[in-house]
Each structure stands twice: as C-alpha cells, then as structure tokens.
Ligand binder design. Structure first.
Ligand code: HEM
Ligand code: CU
Length: 548
C-alpha cells in the first residue's frame, strides 16, 4: 500500500485497500454535501412559513438531501469503504477476486455521482428520492433524466462490488477458513451482496423505464399514457425495501466485530447470528408492500405484507439478544468504537420497534407520509447504518492508516452524536404523530416548537460529525504509529502490520481456530503479546524511521 505515492498510482491502483481509500474520500465528500442540504432543510423549517427558500427550492433541497444520502452515501459507505478494505484481510486473501472490476466500480460510482451532481445544480430535481410516477416521468421540471441516469450508474457500481464480494468469499478464503469460521462481518457482507445482486437490477430497470417514459413518451407508469403508476411503486419498493438492508446488514456485521473485540468473547449464538443475516436478506424481499398500504393495493395483500413485515423483526431481534448475551457478564471495554456500537444498538432498536407501528395496517394509515416515518427511517438508517459505519471506521482506522487517534475526542464524538441524534429525531416522532406531513414546506404554527427542537438537535449532531473529521485528519498525518493489533482483537487482519503491505499476507495464512477464539492459539495473540510490551507507549510515537 505504501510503495508509490504518485497521483497516477492512486488512480490506476487495483489494490483493494487503496480503492477503499478512494471511496472513503469520495463518499465522505458526498456525505458533506448531503449534510449541508440537511442543515438547510432544518434551518428552513424553524419557521412555519419558511426562512429563505421558495417552495420550489425547498423541494429541490430535500430531494437533493435524500438522493445524495441514500444512493451516494448509505448504500456504498460500508461495503465500498470498510468491506473493500477489511473483507479480503479477514478471510486471508491477497485481494478481491476481480481487482480491476473493483477499480472500475469506483469509476462507475464517480460517473454516477457526477451525473447526479450536475443534475442537482442544473435545474435540480424535486421528486424526492423515491421518484414517484407520474410526477417524475411527466410533470416534474428540472433535470430528472440525468439524475435517473446517475442513480442507474450508482446501481451498477454496487452490483460490481457485490459480485466481487460473493466470488471472493467463495473462492479466496485461506486454507482452513471454513464457512462457519468466517467473521460475522464477512457473513453480513455476503448476505448484503446477495441482496445487491438480486435487487439492484430491478431498480436499475425501473429507473430506465421512467427515463424512457420521460424522454420518449412511452406509456409505462403514467395513466395519461396508458401506464400504471402503482406498478412503479411495486418495482421501486421491491428493490428499495431490501435496499434498507443493504444499508443495515453491514452495520450489524460491524457491531459483531466490535462487541467481540471489546468483550474478548465469541459472539453468543454465532451460527444464529450468521444465519439471521441470510434470513433478513430473504425476508427483506417479501415485505415491499408495506410501503403501499395507502394505495389501492388489495386489502388481503396488505394483510399478508403486514404479517411478513412483523416476521422480519425476528432475525433482527435474534442479533440484538445475542449481543446482549455476549456483553452480559463480559468485562466490557468502553472504547470509542464500543460506544458507537452501543449507540448503534439503542438507536436500531428504537428504529426497528417503530417499524412495527408502520407495519400495522391501522396505525400506518394514520402515520404514513408523516414525520413519524421520517423519524423511523432516520433512526434505522442514520442511527443504524451511520453509527455502525462510524464504529467500524474507528475500529479499523489504525489498520487502514497505520496511525492511532486520540480516544478522548473520539468518545466525546460518540456521545455527542448519540445525544444530538435523539434530540434531532425524537421530536419528529411526536410532531408526526400530531399530524405534520413529511415533505411540506409550510405548516401549522403549533408544530413550530417541535421543529425548533429538532433543528437545535441537528446542530449538536453536526458537532458530533465535525469532531471526527478534525481528530481523524490529525491522526492521519500526526498520529502516533499503530502496532499491528492495538485493540488486542483476534482475526486475520490483526496479524499483519498496520497498514498492510500490497498483497496483505507475506505467507498465506492457515486457519486452525474458530472465529473470535480469545483463548490461546490464535496468531493475533503473538502480535498481541508484542503489543502489550508497548502498552504504555502507544500514545508515544513508535516511528518506523527510527529503526533505520
Ligand atoms: C432495518 C432497517 C430498516 C430501514 C433501514 C428502514 C428504512 C425505511 C425507509 C427509508 C422508509 C421510508 C420509505 C418512504 O420514503 O416512504 C421506511 C418506511 C417503512 N418501514 Fe422501515 N426500515 C427498516 C426497518 C423496518 C422494520 C423492521 C419494519 C417493520 C417490521 C419497517 C417497516 C416500515 C414500514 C411499514 C414503512 C412504511 C411507512 C409508510 O410510508 O407508511 N421498517 N423504512
Ligand atoms: Cu420497507
């Protein structure tokens, strides 16, 4: 990873670790943009008649926020950054199965991102991230076509990544790395990749169909042209419900790694946790109709979708209970990544439980299209996926960069994020329950107090995200050098130097132990003993240059 530093060597690299870093920069840049749009939306809503935006502009800003966050941040964040970096290391592979495809997928992502950015800045898009027809295909002004094309490209990028992961897990595991010795993050990435492969082509075709209707006027979804608008919703949610698991499963996987490393224990019920990822992937494909209770969908299909939606809660709950069982009676080390993981569990549980309110037909009729839904999906996607990503980024940071970050601001950031998050989104459950519709620019004055609370909270949340930018950047350039295994974790990635060399393993590893075996044999323990000698020096730089 650290041989040649020219720009060209970065842009043409086929090293999975460097590609992960390319993604880290680009995905973070999009996150910043999406975050700025969110701040604008929140500021605008502090007054019942808005602050500075026209209604047109308001629609564009919240659409930009949603489109960027879902397609350019949440979906690629964990797989393309942390999955790309860690998955080959964790299974003892020299790289992904198709290194060039991996690089191509970054270029495809950047192309899609560029299209989306151009479309947002040239005319904008006011359809929301769901592109509901016939509005998106006939009526919406602005540059919707280019945006659809951009999302289409984004989809291909994730298909390439998913394909790469599936083949890598099947073909590139080290000797002795059986399926049931795989770290749970790898299981989660595998299940995620299956969803990507089965779901993403459907949304790609769907968006192409909107594009065709919009540009060529073929009647597919618009009643005026003889199309069916609800067909769009079926096709869109057939992907987009599973897509929420593309965002969630990787975060659930990371949480396993962090909890095991901080409790120094095998995850309780390892096999159940591994299989629950596959169960979530499978169930995720048969619940899409819960987004359509308020359409003319038949009552009986709504009832079936409602019941199956409840069933998805089972594999999710299995994971949560098994984490609690793992933590129970363990001596838990409250490192910053553990705080992120604990925050993740809390927010994910609130998000999941409020999902049950929306899966119940009667309550959904009242709550659908209100701020309650906004609060629900932010708890799952921001509270869940983003907290999981932050936890994983902190956990693997020393391995990625070879540097340590200071624990105090990191812990502070985990706490501020958690508090700010709840301050931002909890009021939205209340104002949604009271009847505030989502996506509205003007609202009744009695809702104002909740919006002000939410905006105040989002400021705190913003501080929680700004902190890591500061101390992580500092750490990258000035942080003390990290040893191979700073957390005393097991797993193949901790047996090699930080950052790893180009082909990861100098000697192909042979695995003779179970995942998370915190007793004895694991080679990470050899590195660990070494780490203990330096325990108190970890803050003081142990510079490689000094060895010369
Ligand atoms: C696990 C991760 C989850 C994520 C990431 C997630 C995400 C989302 C998103 C993005 C929406 C908004 C759709 C829109 O724009 O209209 C939504 C709505 C919904 N979610 Fe979830 N969700 C998750 C879990 C659940 C669970 C466990 C359930 C039920 C057991 C559930 C039930 C629903 C329902 C019924 C709606 C439709 C709300 C409505 O429009 O009335 N969700 N979810
Ligand atoms: Cu859904």
């Amino acid at each position: 990873m650290n041989t040649d530093h020219s720009i060209k060597s970065w842009l043409l690299t086929v090293d999975h670790k460097r590609i992960a870093l390319l993604y880290l920069f680009s995905v973070s840049a999009f996150f910043l943009l999406g975050g700025l749009a969110a701040g604008l939306v929140r500021f605008e809503l502090t007054a019942p008649k808005g602050q500075i935006l026209s209604s047109e502009a308001y629609n564009r800003v919240f659409s930009a926020h949603g489109i960027i966050m879902v397609f350019l941040f949440l979906i690629p964040a964990i797989p393309a950054i942390l999955g790309n970096f860690a998955l080959p290391l964790m299974i003892g592979a020299r790289d992904l199965a198709f290194p060039r495809l991996n690089l191509i997928s970054w270029y495809v992502y950047m192309t899609g991102g560029t299209f989306i950015l151009i479309s947002l800045f040239s005319g904008g898009v006011d359809t929301g991230w769901t592109f509901y027809t016939p509005y998106s295909s006939i009526y919406a002004n602005g540059n919707v076509a280019l945006c659809l094309l951009g999302v289409f490209f984004g989809g291909f990028s994730s298909i390439f990544t998913g394909l790469n992961f599936i083949v890598t897990v099947h073909k590139m595991r080290a000797a002795g790395m059986t399926w049931f010795r795989l770290p749970l993050f790898v299981w989660a990435m595998y299940a995620t990749s299956v969803i990507i492969m089965l779901g993403t082509p459907v949304v790609a075709v769907t968006l192409l169909m909107v594009l065709v209707e919009r540009t060529l006027g073929f009647g597919l979804f618009s009643p005026e042209l003889g199309g069916d608008p609800v067909l769009f919703q079926h096709m869109f949610w057939f992907y987009s419900h599973p897509a929420v698991y593309i965002m969630m499963l990787p975060a659930l996987g990371i949480t396993n790694e962090i909890i095991a490393a901080n409790c120094k224990k095998r995850i309780f019920g390892y096999e159940f946790v591994a299989m629950s990822s596959l169960a979530i992937a499978a169930f995720g494909f048969v619940v899409w109709g819960h987004h359509m209770f308020a359409t003319a969908q038949s009552m009986y299909s709504s009832m079936v979708f409602s019941i199956i939606s409840f069933l998805v809660a089972v594999p999710s709950a299995i994971k949560v209970f098994n984490w609690i069982a793992t933590i129970f009676k363990g001596s838990v080390e409250l490192s910053s990544h553990m705080l992120f993981a604990l925050g993740f569990i809390g927010l994910f549980v609130v998000g999941g439980l409020t999902g049950l309110f929306l899966s119940s037909l009667a309550t959904d009729v009242h709550l659908t299209a209100t701020y309650f839904v906004v609060a629900h999906f932010h708890y799952v996607m921001v509270g869940g996926a983003l907290m999981g990503f932050m936890g994983g980024l902190h956990y693997w940071w020393p391995k990625i960069t070879g540097r340590l970050y200071p624990e105090f601001p990191a812990k502070l950031s985990a706490i501020i994020t958690f508090v700010g998050f709840n301050m931002t989104f909890f009021p939205q459950f209340i104002v949604g329950y009271l009847g505030m519709p989502r996506r509205y620019h003007f609202y009744a004055p009695e809702y104002q107090i909740w919006h002000i609370a939410s905006t105040a909270g989002s400021t705190v949340l913003g501080v929680g995200f700004a902190l890591p930018v500061c101390y992580l950047l500092w750490s990258w350039f000035k942080g003390p050098k990290a040893l191979a295994n700073p957390w005393g974790a097991v797993g193949l990635e901790w047996t090699i130097p930080s950052p790893p060399v180009t082909h990861n393993f100098l000697v192909a590893p042979v695995v003779t132990w179970e995942a998370y075996e915190y007793t004895g044999e694991h080679p990470a323990h050899d590195v660990l003993d070494h780490a203990h000698d330096h325990d108190h020096e970890t803050v003081a730089p142990v510079r490689e240059e000094t060895h010369v």
